[in-house]
Design a protein. Structure first.
Length: 139
């Protein structure tokens, strides 16, 4: 099984990042605008359309407000993993900043490279969106 792990620090508070991250049906508007072009939520499953035309159906596994962690699994769409489980978490970092942690496990291993590319591209967009929309202010 391939594991893809990405962490980056965001200049925003954990609560502000969690407010965006926990909005499970608004990825295209709040978390990854432009990288994700559309999201439709139906019960516990969201259909996510990426800018390259890839469409995935992601079932919500857990939305943990206390731990500021969301977990989901791909259950259909353009990708056909035998197994997919991902989680994103907003952890407190020094100075009121946030460590964003994104972890994905996937089978078959041949999907690791394209998913890792999505994670890299998505991380850049997410960090920019999170900092641009709710960057910390001093005062």
């Amino acid at each position: 099984m391939a594991s893809i792990h990405k962490e980056f620090v965001v200049d925003a508070t954990p609560d502000a990042v969690w407010d965006v991250l926990s909005d499970y049906g608004a990825v295209h508007e709040r978390l990854a605008p432009g990288f994700v072009t559309d999201t439709h939520l139906s019960s516990d499953t969201r259909t996510v359309t990426f800018s390259d035309g890839t469409i995935v159906h992601e079932r919500l596994v857990d939305l943990d407000h206390e731990a500021r962690r969301v977990a989901y699994t791909v259950v259909g769409g353009s990708l056909h993993p035998a197994h997919h489980h991902a989680s994103m978490q907003a952890l407190a970092e020094a100075g009121g900043r946030t460590r964003f942690v994104w972890h994905t496990d996937v089978l078959p291993d041949t999907l690791a490279a394209p998913i890792a590319e999505f994670v890299e591209q998505g991380s850049v967009v997410m960090r920019q969106a999170l900092e641009g929309r709710m960057g910390m202010t001093t005062g």
